[in-house]
Design a protein around this ligand. Structure first.
Ligand code: NAP
Length: 310
């Protein structure tokens, strides 16, 4: 293993929060080092068309906006490495950040690891992952051309996924555990107006079944307790997210749902460690709010460095 490298600021995460933090830190001449993990641009890369990021009235794809974020940060001196962080040690100062190949010291750290898809945790889900169970319509939708598929969830993500899947599928049935959607009225209107979309209300998935790949779902109506089975070619699970806190779970304060607690200056419970984006945001989870948190975290990290080295 190479000798330890010293950095003023390390940013863990290469989604909108991490890359915006990198832009601001780079413009403050801190030469930030960003570790993106293996999913370049984070969840945004799995989003088809983004229609609610200001400045793009015609919309922009997730990959394109990720590339633009990176390009802009790199232009001012950020270094972006497609490399997962293996561990961090926040008890030492400077903080230690280890990847598989190197150990780094960082005077300040921004946690921007985002969140991941929540699992249904029913029998068959893990077994058929990639064989008819998916968490990403833009990644896998293409494989369901002409098929009859199901989407689980009633939030904005589930409805967006369902709408996207209608480009390929013959039919898309949304399974929701209540009789009212959580999704915005605009998305609901689009879904209700789409002839390929049907709804199964008050219904939960109890098991995902198949042989080589998914063939059917065992369902239960939560109001009548009726159990029944539907055949399906695939199921897209879109029931929310869990924060990617594994690296730091026992080192910074988390809320009851595992999100990193930050104050309005993006400070975590460890001085010098800031957090931004979906790892610290169970409420908004928008590209623009993540980016804004990233900007604030970098500005505060710069203040922190100035206070430490007056
Ligand atoms: P969400 O709003 O938390 O919705 C999750 C959905 O999954 C809810 O309908 C929930 O049911 C259901 N659910 C949760 N756990 C379940 C389980 N174990 N079994 C069955 N169903 C379950 O998550 P999201 O849709 O990913 O959205 C997250 C945030 O991102 C939201 O603030 C959303 O507005 C935002 N977002 C915005 C856009 C956009 O503006 N274009 C797009 C995507 C996401 P209940 O309704 O019964 O709780």
């Amino acid at each position: 293993m190479d000798a330890t490298e010293h950095e003023k600021i390390i940013i863990i995460g290469g989604g909108p929060a991490g890359l915006t933090a990198a832009l601001y830190a780079a413009r403050a001449e801190l030469q930030p080092l960003v570790f993106t993990g293996m999913t370049l641009y984070g969840q945004v890369s799995q989003t088809d068309l983004i229609e609610n990021y200001p400045g793009f009235p015609e919309g922009i794809t997730g990959m394109e906006i990720g590339e633009q974020f990176e390009k802009q940060a790199v232009r001012f001196g950020a270094r972006v490495l497609l490399e997962p962080v293996e561990s961090v040690d926040l008890l030492q100062s400077p903080f230690l950040v280890k990847t598989y190949t190197k150990t780094y010291e960082a005077e300040t750290l921004i946690l921007a690891m985002g969140s991941d898809h929540k699992k249904l945790e029913v029998p068959g889900e893990a077994e058929f992952a990639g064989k008819g169970v998916s968490y990403c319509a833009t990644c896998d939708g293409f494989f369901y051309r002409g098929k009859d598929i199901h989407v689980v969830g009633g939030g904005d993500s589930a409805i967006e996924e369902a709408l996207f899947l209608t480009r390929f599928a013959n039919s898309v049935t949304i399974i929701h555990r209540r009789d009212a959607l959580r999704a915005s009225p605009l998305l609901e209107r689009r879904a209700r107006g789409n002839p390929k979309i049907r709804f199964l209300w008050d219904t939960v998935v109890e098991e995902i079944k198949g042989q080589e790949k998914v063939q059917s779902l065992s369902l239960r109506n939560v109001k009548t307790a009726r159990q029944f089975e539907v055949s399906t070619d695939g199921v897209f699970i879109s029931i929310g997210h869990v924060p990617n806190n594994a690296l730091i779970a026992d080192q910074v304060e988390l809320d009851d749902n595992g999100y990193v607690r930050v104050d309005w200056l993006m400070r975590t419970s460890v001085p010098g460690v800031f957090a931004a984006g979906e790892i610290a945001d169970p409420y908004y989870r928008q590209i623009i709010t993540s980016a804004a948190m990233g900007a604030a975290a970098a500005l505060q990290a710069d203040c922190y460095l100035n206070e430490q080295n007056p």
